[in-house]
Design a binder for this molecule. Sequence first.
Ligand code: HEM
Length: 141
Amino acid sequence: SLTKAERTIITSMWGKISSQADTIGTETLERLFASYPQAKTYFPHFDLNPGSAQLRAHGSKVLAAVGEAVKSIDNVSAALAKLSELHAYVLRVDPVNFKFLSHCLLVTLASHFPADLTAEAHAAWDKFLTIVSGVLTEKYR
Ligand code: HEM
């Protein structure tokens, strides 16, 4: 679990991220589909061209869920219980894609908030996103 210092980093940076969550979410997905095209196979029903309305709407939803996890940083598992069931039982997303998405979010954060993404903050986000991904994949078996 996260140390107090790591929680502080995540929650205080979220204060900055939340005001541009839609942009960050959309860019994260654009990076995901550009760098890891196999992730596109889960979205056959979406227009995945950069900047499409569906991409932006979905990016906004994904970041809102990350925001819920930040708000409940001590109990991410409860906060994302419904989404965990969706991804495991309905969507059946291969867990490796969560690593790809986490990486793309981290790169997006680094590019928007270079001064904040110190080595320490990078490590805290990496750990937090591993926890979030763990919750979303924990119901798989
Ligand atoms: C749907 C969050 C990772 C594929 C969703 C929704 C949210 C969400 C909030 C919308 C649920 C709803 O409408 O009720 C997240 C978060 C992730 C994550 C927080 C990781 C941090 C992934 C990954 C993939 C994926 C890695 C596959 C590459 C999907 C698909 C949908 C979905 C296919 C349904 C889209 C639709 O038809 O509207 N996710 N997700 N998710 N997610 Fe994820």
